[in-house]
Design a protein around this ligand. Structure first.
Ligand code: SF4
Length: 293
């Protein structure tokens, strides 16, 4: 199998076969992000390489039903290229019924609803979008490259095309003193959409990030760990849609998950228990010792 750099996938894609079709990120500008520092330039895999890897997947696991395309945003590929990948994959994997990947909001922009419907018809579904927040000042400061209106507009296109999507939320992205208001703004946006899963990661600032340099020159201040937990609590409290909330990645000291709205009270209760049982110092200790996400 061809894999370039560190391979990232959401926790819920653990049972999907991984296929590299891109490496790195087309955007590569978000201040907090160090995920693809080992792949500084975005790469698209040639079809010959994809074909070779599909053959290998077929040899090991011919009954695979779901593929997860790796790279920060394979959904940026043209509709033609994505169709080509799906068609080739189905030639090898007869039982394949869906294909997922990470996507940026800006990857959806150039695709028409008809193109998205075509992609849905050939298997693209349950894509994961790292929207991070609906707080426009945080989106702008972190150089995400879109605003909250774009999140709504592009995800409504996915809804029309019947492509299901999951969101990643980045707890702490609004910065010191703004956690709860950032969560409120985000809930307002998410409540207008239909993410199947809202996955929350917690901001961990690494020294090789642009965000760390902003902190050093006094342009940004990190939220305390307690504020991050209160922010997550606010997000859960304000979400009114039916979705699965999951904070399961390594960045979360405590793993939480549950159905919203029916398990909302349980989730809030769990966060309140953490807040009353752990000091800021012990929570911070986890953060500073987290060597890798
Ligand atoms: S957060 Fe996502 S979009 Fe931003 S640089 Fe990292 S991988 Fe790319």
């Amino acid at each position: 199998m061809h894999f370039t750099g560190t391979v990232w996938r959401p926790p819920y894609e653990a049972w999907s076969a991984l296929l590299q079709v891109t490496a790195g990120c087309t955007h590569n500008k978000c201040k907090f992000c160090t995920l693809y520092n080992d792949v500084p330039k975005f790469q698209i895999s040639p079809m010959s390489e994809i074909d070779e890897d599909l053959r290998e997947i077929y040899t090991i696991a011919p009954d695979v039903t779901r593929l997860f395309l790796t790279g920060a945003n394979p959904f940026v590929l043209s509709t033609e290229k994505l169709k080509n990948i799906a068609t080739t994959a189905k030639q090898y994997l007869q039982r394949l019924n869906s294909i997922g990947c990470f996507a940026r909001i800006t990857d959806i922009t150039p695709k028409s609803v008809n193109e998205l419907k075509t992609l849905r018809a050939i298997g693209y579904n349950r894509i994961t979008i790292g929207v991070e927040t609906g707080d426009n000042s945080a989106l702008e400061f972190m150089r995400k490259g879109y605003v909250s209106d774009d999140i709504i507009e592009q995800c409504q296109k996915l809804d029309t095309a019947n492509i299901e999507y999951n969101f990643f939320y980045l707890t702490g992205v609004s910065g010191f003193g703004n956690g709860s208001s950032g969560a409120e703004k985000t809930a307002e946006i998410f409540n207008r959409l239909n993410p199947k899963i809202v996955g929350a990661s917690m901001l961990t600032v690494y020294h090789d990030s642009d965000l760390y340099r902003e902190i050093l020159v006094g342009k940004w201040q990190e939220e305390s760990e307690t504020e991050k937990l209160l922010e997550m609590r606010m997000l859960i409290e304000r979400l009114e849609i039916r979705t699965h909330f999951a904070a399961l990645g390594a960045s979360n000291m405590f793993k939480l998950h549950g159905e919203l709205p029916c398990e909302k009270e349980n989730l809030i209760h769990e966060i309140d228990n953490i807040l009353s049982s752990y000091s800021e110092e012990s929570l911070r200790n986890y953060r500073v010792n987290l060597k890798h996400l």
